[in-house]
Design a binder for this molecule. Structure first.
Ligand code: NAD
Ligand code: GLY
Length: 353
């Protein structure tokens, strides 16, 4: 293991996020620091299972854990109630108890689903996040949001449930196809637009490879600050939804064939264009976001109509009866929340198209 960065998240259930290279093969020891050896159920998907599950199981066994493994078909389409049900039945069949542990090994789909399983199985057992996509490393593995999708929309069932530890081995990102790596770049860019012009500049160049570890650590630290201020998403945490209202609508319209990262990329460009048209943001904000997305080989446009996107967005969980809270950029590094009547959303979508 090379020099590791540890970030302590002081939420209602505090935990460490450990970032560095070579952590996977030492995961057992790191987990033994927070949990006495017990049964450890690894939950992963079919792709990550082939790549990393054996190494994780070996490391856990070497540290005294008794392992078992549940895997499901990779992809967003699996983040549903059927897979959740199969995972819970698996945990019960292996007689997992409240003193045992779940290890989520994979991207955001695995983390969200395994986290939700951990939250509801026996009314809650401990779990560890081991993110293996850039998106999961910079965003979804931290902050305790867990969820599955329903037929009616994305992340519509879930809860807040923090992991006891997050272990991010940046070496595991080496096997990511470019397209999936760039999905994570979209979420990292989001942190730059929201809070940090310097971070934005680093990512906007499109050359993140050499700086990967420091970019992940900076994003995690920014997320830590937000989560410590507003763990349960009642205020400042809603800023993290920058690009997500339109992004989720795009994902939904595509039947989830467009990835979360790509949806968010287009959503950020569209809401920035809308903010520019309404005279809310600095003149160069939207062009800089679009240029950064181009450099990172991410899309900034959609073929869906404003009406299609609006209808899909009506199911967004961020809607509260007659209103919805938008995240609008003022400039790179500064955004704000604006609550609007839900009917006005169509104007923003039309302005962004
Ligand atoms: P994902 O988990 O589907 O992973 C993308 C693909 O990469 C999958 O096919 C997976 O098998 C593969 N993969 C994973 N690690 C790999 C590796 N190291 N090498 C090669 N292939 C690998 O998708 P994602 O982009 O990681 O996550 C998207 C999900 O995260 C969405 O469901 C989204 O809603 C959720 N999300 C949650 C939060 C949160 O706070 N909980 C935040 C952002 C996104
Ligand atoms: N990814 C949004 C959040 O964690 O709040």
């Amino acid at each position: 293991m090379t020099g590791l960065t540890t970030i302590r998240v002081d939420s209602s259930r505090p935990y460490d996020v450990i970032i560095g290279e070579g952590i996977l093969d030492n995961a057992g020891k790191k987990i033994a620091d927070v949990k006495n050896p017990c049964k450890a159920a690894i939950i992963t998907d079919s792709t990550v299972r082939e790549l990393y599950a054996d190494r994780l199981a070996f490391s856990l066994q070497s540290a005294g854990f008794d392992t078992c493994l549940f895997s499901f078909e990779s992809g967003e389409a699996s983040k549903n109630i059927d897979t959740l049900s199969d995972a819970l039945e698996f945990l019960a069949s292996r007689k997992m108890t409240r003193s045992d542990i779940i290890i989520a090994l994979g991207g955001g789909v695995v983390g969200d689903l395994a986290g939700f399983a951990a939250a509801v199985y026996l009314r809650g057992i401990d779990f560890v996040q081991i993110p293996t996509t850039l998106l999961a490393a910079v965003d979804s593995s931290v902050g305790g949001k867990t969820a599955i999708d329903l037929k009616n929309g994305k992340n519509l069932a879930g809860c807040f449930y923090s992991p006891v530890l997050v272990l991010c081995d940046c070496k595991t990102l080496d096997t990511l196809p470019d397209e999936i790596l760039s999905d994570g770049t979209a979420e990292a860019l989001k942190y730059g637009v929201l809070f940090d012009g310097e971070l934005f500049g680093k990512i906007a160049s499109g050359k993140v490879a050499g700086d990967r570890e420091s970019i992940i650590a900076r994003c995690v630290d920014l997320k830590r600050m937000v989560v410590e201020t507003d763990e349960f998403d009642r205020g400042a945490r809603q800023l993290l939804n920058f690009g997500h209202t339109i992004g989720h609508a795009i994902e939904k319209c595509s039947g989830f064939t467009i990835s979360h990262g790509r949806g968010v990329a287009v959503g950020m460009a569209m809401i920035a264009k809308a903010a520019a048209q309404k005279g809310i943001s600095e003149y160069d904000c939207a062009p800089r976001i679009i240029s950064a997305l181009n450099n990172c080989r991410l899309p900034h446009k959609t073929d869906y109509t404003a009406k299609q996107l609006f209808e899909a967005a009506l199911l967004d969980k961020k809607r509260q009866s007659g209103s919805i809270t938008l995240v609008l950029p003022r400039r790179i590094g500064e955004c704000f929340l604006k609550k609007i009547p839900v009917e006005e959303l169509i104007e923003y979508i039309e302005a962004g198209i």
